[in-house]
Design a protein around this ligand. Structure first.
Ligand SMILES: N[C@@H](CS(=O)O)C(=O)O
Ligand SMILES: [Fe+2]
Length: 306
């Protein structure tokens, strides 16, 4: 498999039988993209084709020069954790979002649900730490390739000498645990020191990087204690859940990814008190309706119903 030429309209594990094309290195930026809205338009054009080369997406993202006036309206920070803010849903073929990292905010070690993940730094700086898959957990792509973890990774890592399109690791998820099961068919034994760090990359404004499950796992961190950081992420195909890994043992947990805002509007969340309130109202309403129906039924046909 040659990830640099993978068709990112499909999951990574479905890219294994593609034709190998010559690789252009370093990736040249064909033309400058003059705004975030133009970048989104260009991405729609590219994704309207049957085949979308990983490099085409990298080039487009690299061709856009970060300008806060383009993305300020999407950049919504939270005090406690990084936020995911949807910019465009890409007709279901990709999604593009802005992530806002407060000082010291970080993601947990995660995978990318067999999708292709592109990231561009828009503001501040971020550090990406990449990890090997834990011994007893395998991504779908390794199962398909039927190769061992190490061989696969070294064969396909697209890192070149290009400093702008650096290979990096990152993930996307937020901290809503939806499934306490750990790994399904994956092994049940998780040893301390299961997570092996395999690289660190500092990203500066306008750097673009790419990761998928064949390249490993990662976490991102805003190393600044003072400044925020803003990054632009594109995932294709889009995914709704991924796995996070315990940094000490490598134990995986399935989590749902959520948005803090969509198209510049904060997503309304029902907190625990809101949920309890709604349940009380529902019980009250059901009870009132039941009594009404019961009374009505008694009037209509009392003997039949009782
Ligand atoms: N993949 C993470 C962000 S990162 O840490 O790469 C997310 O989508 O939330
Ligand atoms: Fe990520």
């Amino acid at each position: 498999m040659d990830i640099e030429n993978a068709n990112c309209k499909v999951k990574v594990s479905q890219c294994t039988d593609m034709e190998v094309l010559p690789i252009e290195k370093p990736i040249k930026i064909d033309h400058e993209i003059t705004g975030l809205d133009i970048l989104v338009q260009e991405l729609h054009k590219v994704f309207s084709k049957n085949y979308v080369n990983v490099q085409d997406v990298q080039k487009l993202m690299a061709g856009y020069k970060s300008d806060p006036k383009d993305w300020r309206k999407f950049a919504k920070f939270d005090r406690f954790r990084y936020t995911r803010n949807l910019v465009d849903a890409g007709n279901g073929l990709f999604n593009i979002m802005i992530l806002c990292w407060g000082p010291g905010h970080a993601s947990a070690i995660h995978d990318h649900a067999d999708s292709h993940c592109f990231m561009k730094l828009l503001g501040g700086s971020l550090e990406e730490v990449r990890y090997d898959w834990p011994d007893n957990v395998q991504p779908e792509v390794f199962k398909v390739l039927n190769k061992n973890n190490n061989n696969t990774k070294s064969a396909i890592c697209p890192c070149g000498n290009d400093t702008n399109l650096r290979c990096c690791q990152q993930d996307n998820y937020q901290n809503e645990v939806t499934d306490g099961q750990h790994g399904g068919q994956d092994g049940d034994e998780y040893d301390i020191k299961n997570m092996k760090e395999i690289g660190r990359t500092r990203l500066e404004v306008n750097d673009v990087c790419y990761i998928n499950d064949a390249l490993g796992l990662h976490r991102m961190e805003n190393p600044s204690h003072v400044d925020g950081a803003v990054s632009l992420h594109l995932y294709c195909p889009p995914f709704e859940s991924c796995r996070v890994f315990d940094a000490r043992t490598g134990k995986p947990t399935q989590v749902t990814v959520t948005f803090w805002s969509m198209y510049g509007q904060k997503v309304k969340r029902v907190g625990i008190f809101g949920a309890v309130f709604m349940i009380v109202i529902l019980i009250y309403w059901t009870d009132v309706t039941f009594v009404r129906v019961k009374n009505l039924s008694q009037r209509i046909s009392p003997t039949y119903l009782y």
